[in-house]
Design a protein. Structure first.
Length: 82
């Protein structure tokens, strides 16, 4: 589950905040009154990911033009008629 992560290459890939159950408490006021004191906690979910180095594509030395299957079949069979 946990692996050795490079802290310098971490980035935030997902953040989600959800409501949690309200906590009901009382706050005492002047003249014997009581008012509700409701806090609104939340669940915070943060997902970190490590940046991965992309694999570079090898340079293709032969820059031959792309040919369709029909064109390659004609070359293989040797027919030159169109």
């Amino acid at each position: 589950l946990f692996r050795s992560l490079d802290v310098d290459s971490l980035f935030i890939s997902h953040i989600q905040v959800n409501q949690a159950q309200k906590q009901r408490r009382r706050t005492y006021r002047a003249h014997g009154r009581i008012n509700p004191y409701m806090s609104a906690p939340c669940h915070v979910e943060v997902v970190l990911s490590e940046k991965e180095e992309g694999v570079k594509k090898q340079a293709d030395d032969s820059l031959a033009p792309k040919m369709t299957r029909k064109q390659t079949a004609r070359i293989k069979t040797g027919s030159t008629s169109a």
